[in-house]
Design a binder for this molecule. Structure first.
Ligand SMILES: [Zn+2]
Length: 333
């Protein structure tokens, strides 16, 4: 992925490109912005720009180096097959690799930072002039993990760069924020989201329908366009109905049947964000067409229910508990 292929983030990409060409790019970058807007693509673009000898400073996207930097291992941890691009993410590595007795569930452990980052930062890179360490969802670093990283961020080894990705920069330790250069990524325009969906093989009709609902995130749009997420869609709609007007018993029934996995949670969250957008559109439509007050109130309640559920999911990793909390919140009003 050459830097020029990152869509809709001209400011962020230009900051990276210019810093690199002038030799003034901070050794530790913090890419902050919504999920699914190109932060990770840009981080990999930076790695290619450093490693590529065909198009130095940009990346060509096709040479063996660029290819291996952006191709992920099929066996074991899903990490780039090029040894100089190091990926850090919660749950990415088997517990044996990290020397742990349990898998990582809620955060990026200090074990991962030690084994995957600190154990190798003082070694020279294998092939590229510099190693690039990419931390996905850096807000999930445990306090111990963040503290273990701090010293390295403060006194960077000569041949290692860091790119921390986050959609919640406020949840990072202030000490981490102060040792990194912040580069902001904006939500994408609907047209850019649609463009990316089409490039990924989504039908034109579906791309047109979901792009305006995705709040500028390709990840959300892809979740909405995925036919296999129809079940989450149904759950989300039922959850909304129950939250807006149904009895609590019905709401709890919906939650208890719901699969409680991280993936299901992410998809449900995306569905709720989209539903909130749809209901907001419905409210606008009703107001403009002089619709009756009760219909407007119901649409507003459904929108608020969607927002409350989505927020509750953000705070609570357990799906049924998050849904219950949101319902109780709405019922109390
Ligand atoms: Zn290349």
């Amino acid at each position: 992925m050459p830097l020029r292929d990152v869509l809709g983030q001209p400011h962020a990409v230009e900051t990276v490109r210019r810093g690199l060409s002038r030799g003034k790019l901070h050794h530790a970058l913090l890419f902050a912005g919504p999920d699914g807007v190109g932060k990770e693509l840009t981080a990999f673009g930076l790695a290619c720009a450093i490693g590529c000898t065909v198009a130095p400073g940009e990346g060509c996207g096709t040479c063996p180096t660029c290819h291996r930097m952006t191709t992920f291992s099929r066996e074991g941890a899903r990490v780039p097959i090029h040894p100089d691009v190091v990926l850090v993410a919660r749950g990415l590595y088997p517990k044996e690799v990290l020397g742990r007795s349990t898998d990582e569930k809620t955060d990026i452990s200090v074990d991962q930072v030690r084994r995957v980052v600190l154990d190798r930062v003082n070694l020279s890179p294998h092939e590229a002039p510099q190693r690039v360490v990419i931390v996905r969802a850096a807000d999930e670093l445990s306090t111990g993990a963040a503290n273990a990283l701090l010293k390295t961020l403060e006194e960077p080894p000569a041949h290692t760069r860091f790119v921390l990705l986050t959609s919640k920069p406020g949840e990072l330790l202030p000490t981490i924020r102060s040792r990194t250069q912040l580069i902001r990524f904006a939500a994408l325009s609907d047209a850019t989201v649609e463009h990316v969906l089409l490039a990924r093989g989504v039908d034109l009709e579906i791309a047109r329908r979901v792009a305006p609902l995705a709040a500028g995130s390709v990840a959300t749009a892809m979740a909405l366009a995925d036919p296999s997420s129809a079940e989450e869609r149904t759950v989300a709609v039922e959850a909304l109905r129950a939250a807006a007007s149904g009895p609590l018993a019905k709401a709890l029934e919906v939650t208890s049947s719901y699969a409680n996995t991280g993936e299901a949670r992410a998809t449900l969250g995306a569905q709720l964000v989209a539903l909130a957008g749809e209901e907001a559109g419905e409210v606008r439509r009703l107001v403009l067409s002089g619709g009756d007050d009760r219909a407007i109130t119901r649409a507003l309640a459904r929108r608020e229910a969607a927002v409350a559920l989505a927020e509750s999911l953000e705070r609570n990793p357990n799906v049924p508990l998050a849904l219950e909390a949101a319902w109780l919140h709405l019922r109390r009003r």
